[in-house]
Design a protein around this ligand. Structure first.
Ligand code: IPM
Ligand code: MG
Length: 355
């Protein structure tokens, strides 16, 4: 099983190192072999070779079974031209691998319920929702530019979606909902955007082939509010690229911390891309403060989706659960009476619990 490893920038290298520790524990237990190949992307690649996504990285990723990614970006590269920004590398690798479906589960560990900023009673003991975010289209990838005008400048970013782009992501959502609570909420802005009206038409047509799955339609502003008011009403949220980006950060906080949530990006090919949903947190980089759990949970998703190793995926989730149960916390999820540990210690504790 070949895994391309992109550590990236900021806390990326630290959290990836811990995830690899956990993978090594899995490899030992199941006597299987993971072959790692480290490649450059983001700011680290800009510094070394002058571009955020070197050709070699694309090649290595395309020849792997899965890609593990930390995070990219940071203030150091904020003023480079837009096509050379670290984030441009991330968007391009998603496009190159054609991973159009970004699965972002927001699952709360019961041990963490006091870490949620929501009032007691709103979440109860659990939260388990899945955001299915379109990842290779929409406003992120449309024509964008700036021109000079008399009074200054004018900028645009074009948002467009085609019927096949919507249909393929919708089918992923229906498949996932079928294995869960059979309820999809399509989140859009159909009262204003033509894109959203097309999404509704395509999704509603597909829903006719899945009569056992309930489908709701909700405007994104309302959805942002409902996620706080009554998050338990959601099972699967299906949405476009930008709304999915925003709502997944919001949903992560319901569970206590952005540092806890993994993601899997899957698509046309067999190659999956696995990354935490958080960013590179340059303010705490290199200080052994970052929470590696989101990246470690992304490994669980990799085992589940790319390698069909369900039992191993559960081992990781159980190990994380056990460590939380014992009271270990990184800084971002620290609460009174718990034991504060650094990034490396957290990784060690979790890998030692893979037995
Ligand atoms: C994410 C991130 C990226 C995105 C950025 C870094 C380009 O916020 O994966 O959610 O917007 O997709
Ligand atoms: Mg984001």
């Amino acid at each position: 099983m070949k895994i391309a490893v992109i550590k990236g920038d900021g806390i990326g290298p630290e959290v990836v190192d811990e995830a690899v520790k956990v993978l090594n524990a899995i490899s030992k237990k199941y006597e299987c072999n993971f072959e790692y190949k480290e490649v450059l992307m983001g700011g680290a690649a800009i510094d070394k070779v002058g571009e955020p996504l070197p050709k070699e990285t694309i090649e290595v990723c395309k020849n792997s079974d899965a890609v593990l990614l930390g995070a990219v970006g940071g203030p150091k590269w904020d003023n480079v031209p837009r096509n050379l920004r670290p984030e441009a590398g991330l968007l391009k690798i998603r496009k190159e691998l054609q991973v159009f479906a970004n699965l972002r589960p927001a699952i709360m560990f019961p041990q963490m319920k006091d870490a949620s900023p929501l009032k007691e009673g709103i979440l109860g003991d659990s939260l388990d929702l899945m955001i299915v975010r379109e990842l290779t289209g929409g406003i992120y990838f449309g024509d964008k530019d700036r021109i000079d005008i008399e009074q200054g400048q004018k900028a645009w970013d074009i948002m467009s979606y085609s019927t096949p782009e919507i249909a393929r992501i919708a089918k992923v959502a229906f498949k996932i909902a079928d294995k869960r609570n059979k309820h999809i909420t399509l989140v859009d802005k159909a009262n204003v955007l033509e894109n959203s009206r097309l999404w509704r038409e395509v999704v509603s047509a597909i829903s006719k082939e899945h009569e056992d799955i309930k489908i709701d339609y909700m405007y994104v502003d309302n959805a942002a509010m409902q996620l706080i008011r009554n998050p338990k009403q959601f099972d699967v949220i299906l949405t476009g690229n930008m709304f999915g980006d925003i709502l997944s950060d919001e949903a992560s906080m319901l569970t206590g911390s952005l540092g806890m949530l993994p993601s899997a990006s899957i698509g046309k090919n067999k190659i999956g891309l696995y990354e935490p949903i958080h960013g590179s947190a340059p303010d705490i980089a290199g200080e052994d403060k970052a929470n590696p759990i989101a990246t470690i949970m992304s490994i669980a998703m990799m085992l589940r989706f790319s390698f069909d190793m369900e039992e191993a995926a559960k081992d990781i989730e159980n190990a994380v659960s056990k460590i939380l149960e014992k009271g270990y916390r990184t800084l971002d999820i620290m609460e009174e009476g718990m034991i504060k540990v650094g990034t490396q210690k957290m990784g060690e504790l979790i890998s030692q619990n893979i037995k």
